[in-house]
Design a protein. Sequence first.
Length: 346
Amino acid sequence: MNAADNDGWLYRGTGDPLPDEAYEKRTWPKGPPWRTFRSTATMPQPPDDDEADRRLGPPGRRRVPRAEELRLVNAALLLRRPLLVTGRPGVGKSGLAYRIARELRLGRVLHWPVTSRTTLTSGLYEYDAIGRAQATQDAAESTGRPSIGNYVQLGPLGTGMLPYRLPRVVLIDEIDKCDADLPNDLLTLFEDAWFEVPPLVRVKQTEATTTVHTADPGHSAVVENGVVRAHVFPVVVMTSNGEREFPEAFMRRCLRLNIPDPDAETLGDLVSGHFGELLGDSQDALIRDFLRRSSRMGGLAADQLLNAAHLATSGLYQQDGSDANEWQSVLAAIWHPLGGEGADSG
């Protein structure tokens, strides 16, 4: 798929935001009938932040995406399906979510980091029952009753399911760390794109419309009858280090993109994206040294290269001459094996 043939709308992989003209006239491409949801879009345009620039570097830097990345990201957008991104630590899996959000101007990424204690409910909403009970007791001594919505906050995934006109980008980070039940618990949500908030359902007879907090700092949303329904399925990017197998039913609902270890050209694009031309002629030599060490150690993470690039541009170190040994000692310290078995001295 050539994204340039789609009026500049679908994902192009450059990381550069859509120009204003294309942004203002766009409509989201139609999905399959079985992935089209009937709720009305009521949420305002989502907020943006500088997180994508912090992670990817400023826009306008050269980047040539792999054909497989273009193919699968665009397919996921059209099919309204989650994207499972696999690869070794540090190859840029989570960065893909920020690139999609910035390029398509979909607002800030809703980041949901997963641990072994993570449950589906924690990604959907949190309810401060103790805080509400205390407020209700205090209110009994005065006038008025606090709204239950003051004590409900939608999580990253729950916020992504709100009825926005354009989809939010939800990053479910390191899903292979999850409890065994989470992939199966996600199936119904991924299929139907709605969920109930039980504390709100219990009071819908007296408080049918409730304003709750969202995962966007300082923002809120109106929930009716305790149910959150998506207008369009969010762009869900799930990252995995490939450390576990997922249920067949879960995998059937995902598109899988594997990100290989970056080559010299990809690393050059990454470094240039953050540092421009500051490294000059020394950039290629630094990348070659990084790749040699990575091969000897069984793999280094790309952010370890960025650490070295920052030190190299700081003006405190010389990569040759009398300070060359000091520079190599610094590299040995920051280019340590990912397994934590100690740094390679050479």
